[in-house]
Design a binder for this molecule. Structure first.
Ligand code: OSB
Ligand code: MG
Length: 373
């Protein structure tokens, strides 16, 4: 079966948040992501999501860099090309370096299109085996420790079984201690998003006494040596997120013993194909992985659910129900966690969740159509 994409719609969608996000600089009431809708000759449609943050603080990309990369680079390379597998489709963009969030949107849309045309579910096509995935939540820095304790209590009440706390200088040991003291032996882990310096090693060692499931990305992404040196001092596993830009980096990380757990993200790695590769490398090395997220809308979230059901995903994910974040989502059926688990839609084609175009239209702030010339 061969597929040729003839048209791509880029849609910038702004979904209102359930609870405003506070960052160090401002408060956000909504998030903008780019949905990519591909139409093949014959009319079949596939959807992908670019879940880049608005600001280039997690990585170098932003929504505003992804849009022209999609419009002027990834989409024109794909349009008119004949392909038979998603890997062949995304190979059209292989010469482009970096820009993984933009690349991931096209990759995901090609997987959705391909599995819909072939009448299989994305989960089956990827080789997923788990009936449900374990949902976890990622909680941000709160104004006070009492606010944090309330947030943790609320999510435990909602059935989530694993809690991840964002930490940063000034919001680390005391926050972890407060949560441990109050909630006992829940599965607890922390994520620093690379904000500590090597000189903070004594402080990071203090976290070792709290039986954390892992410490995620303490140092900046390129500093694998610092992670290896810290891992040698800790009993708690280090997990890498931002550092893992490709399967090849996993080899280096494992060789250095710079981490003992890997966070696999479709968005950060440039799509489902490369994310599966990282899963496969870790699985054959016996290294546990879990599925991370970027606050995806339903399209990207559905891709995370399918990926997160692969057999090597043995640790709880950051994939929660989309109602944790959004008042209304773009897919039907909605993605929900029940008793801390999200079901995997093996019996539905493609992503397993259909995009509701009326909802997309309601929240669209920009749209551009690119056709094969
Ligand atoms: O580091 O895992 C991260 C969100 C934006 C940027 C970075 C990260 C995150 C999350 C969100 O932790 C997890 C989710 O999608 O719920
Ligand atoms: Mg992270």
């Amino acid at each position: 079966m061969s597929i040729t994409v003839e048209r791509a719609d880029l849609v910038r969608v702004r979904l209102p948040l359930q609870h405003a996000f506070r960052t160090s600089s401002h408060t956000k009431q909504h998030l903008d992501h780019i949905l990519v809708r591909l139409t093949a000759g014959g009319g079949a449609v596939g959807w992908g999501e670019c879940a880049s943050p608005s600001d280039p603080y997690y990585g170098p990309e932003s929504v505003d860099t992804c849009w022209p990369m999609l419009r002027d680079r990834f989409v024109p390379l794909l349009l008119g090309a004949e392909w038979t597998t998603p890997d062949e489709a995304t190979a059209t963009g292989a010469r482009i370096r970096g820009n993984e969030f933009a690349r991931a949107a096209v990759d995901m849309a090609c997987w959705d299109l391909w599995t819909r045309v072939s009448g299989t579910s994305l989960a089956v096509a990827l080789g997923a085996t788990q009936p449900t995935i374990e949902a976890g939540v990622s909680l941000g820095i709160e104004p006070t420790l009492d606010d944090l304790l309330d947030e943790v209590a609320r999510h435990l009440d909602d059935g989530y079984r694993r809690i991840k706390l964002k930490i940063a200088p000034g919001w680390d040991v005391a926050a972890v201690r407060a949560v441990r003291d109050r909630f006992g032996d829940i599965t607890l882990q922390v994520d620093a998003n690379g904000v500590y310096q090597r000189a903070d090693t004594p402080l990071l060692r203090e976290l070792d006494e709290f039986d954390l499931a892992m410490i995620e990305q303490p140092f900046q992404p390129a500093d694998l040596m610092a992670h290896a040196q810290l891992q040698a001092l800790l009993r708690t596993p280090i997990c890498l997120d931002e550092s893992i830009d490709a399967a090849a980096t996993v080899d280096t990380v494992l060789h250095l013993d710079a981490a003992r757990v890997i966070n696999v993200k479709v968005s950060r790695l440039g799509g489902l194909g490369p994310a599966k590769q990282v899963h496969d490398v870790c699985r054959s090395a016996g290294v546990p992985v879990w599925c991370g997220g970027m606050h995806e809308f339903g399209v990207g979230r559905a891709a995370n659910v399918a990926l997160g059901a692969l057999p090597g995903f043995t640790l709880p994910s950051d994939v929660s129900g989309s109602d944790k974040y959004y008042l209304e989502d773009v897919v039907d059926p909605p993605i929900r966690a029940t008793a801390g688990r999200v079901p995997v839609p093996y019996d539905r084609p493609g992503l397993g969740h259909d995009v509701v175009e009326d909802v997309v239209a309601k929240y669209t702030v920009a749209r551009e159509v690119i056709c094969a010339s």
